[in-house]
Design a protein around this ligand. Structure first.
Ligand SMILES: O=C(O)[C@@H](CO)OP(=O)(O)O
Length: 211
């Protein structure tokens, strides 16, 4: 057994609430989003976890969520590394569009493919594979070595950058990843083996409402 990796998707953002494609745009958390981040942080605090380092993206909704989690576990000043590699999938031309308007224009199925497929990019944006192509190397070079050294690592990021990581950790196929949805503010606690495979996974909250 080696270390522990905790993944948490940021709490609800203003654009999640307005049902807009967000990508690399930088809206703030809503009051509910702050509450969700606090709930995730409390659930982690209840386990008695202490982190050695935190990673987050270049976007404020993930950074704020990261800080709220760290406040809850009593480590407000923990070293936190911000990197664009962990940013949300770039939604390209869809960024800022309403998701229901997009469904009306292009059809339910096409929009679902853009949102959840492995290798079909939205117009001008990144597919999940493209997102993984920057998340996976960053995980291998910056995050995984710390976990393998026995550290406990927090990663506060985004729906799709975390889907790319969960796809690898949970060994999901291209077909299975279509149905993978991560809830906002719900921590996933992975304990890794020395060979970097997953020894155990615990979800601290309810993922069932995610869509
Ligand atoms: O808009 C986005 O950037 C993402 C995350 O909120 O949306 P989706 O869940 O549709 O991939």
């Amino acid at each position: 057994m080696s270390g522990t990796l905790v993944l948490v998707r940021h709490g609800q953002s203003e654009w999640n609430l307005k049902n807009l494609f967000t990508g690399w745009k930088d809206p703030d958390l809503t009051p509910l989003g702050v509450e969700e981040a606090n709930a995730g942080g409390k659930a982690l605090a209840d386990t008695g976890i202490k982190f050695d380092i935190a990673f987050t993206s270049d976007l404020s909704r993930a950074q704020k969520t990261c800080q709220i989690v760290l406040d809850n576990v009593g480590q407000p000043d923990l070293e936190t590394i911000r990197d664009q590699a962990l940013n949300e999938r770039d939604y390209g031309d869809l960024s800022g569009l309403n998701k229901d308007d997009a469904r009306a224009k292009w059809g339910e199925e096409q929009v679902h493919i853009w949102r959840r497929s492995y290798d079909v990019p939205p117009p001008g944006g990144e597919s999940l594979r493209d997102t993984g192509a920057r998340v996976w190397p960053y995980y291998l070079t910056d995050i995984l070595p710390r976990v393998l050294a026995g550290e406990t690592v927090l990663v506060a990021a985004h729906g799709n950058s975390l889907r790319a990581l969960v796809m690898v950790l949970d060994r999901l196929t291209k077909e299975q990843v279509l149905n993978l949805n991560l809830a906002t503010g719900v921590p996933m606690v992975y304990r890794l083996n020395a060979d970097s495979t997953v020894a155990s996974k615990e979800v601290l909250g309810d993922m069932s409402g995610a869509h």
